[in-house]
Design a protein around this ligand. Structure first.
Ligand SMILES: [Zn+2]
Length: 123
């Protein structure tokens, strides 16, 4: 089953692998993404100065795995907050006219797949 949030997560994982923290920023975890990017740079400098290159590859691999794990955790939390019964009622009620964003409360034009304010997936 491929839903929009699964595709978003997959894309975020790719971005995080390309540049540490980028996927987190894409998922709107801006602060977390910046912290991850800065710590990746710091770890990268320390590791490349102190350890042989084989080790820095290993550290990078562990960092990637942690980032992916963190993204999956975050998106599962997002999905859980979406499946709460009260938010379901709320979206069902307004779905005919507007797409009410569960995350920021913005009313988006009918037919929008993503929130205009925060980019949150509406369907
Ligand atoms: Zn929103």
């Amino acid at each position: 089953m491929v839903t929009i949030s699964n595709r978003r997560l997959f894309f975020a994982i790719i971005l995080d692998i390309l540049l540490a923290g980028l996927g987190h920023m894409f998922m709107h975890y801006i602060k977390r993404g910046i912290i991850i990017l800065l710590s990746a740079i710091a770890i990268g400098i320390v590791v490349s100065l102190l350890l042989p290159s084989n080790f820095s590859l290993l550290v990078a691999l562990f960092f990637w795995l942690w980032e992916i794990y963190d993204l999956i955790q975050l998106s599962q939390k997002e999905r859980l907050s979406l499946t709460k019964p009260e938010s379901h009622k709320l979206t069902d009620k307004v779905q005919n006219h507007q797409n009410h964003c569960v995350r920021c409360g913005n009313n988006n034009p009918a037919g929008s797949s993503f929130c205009n304010m925060c980019g949150f997936a509406l369907r």
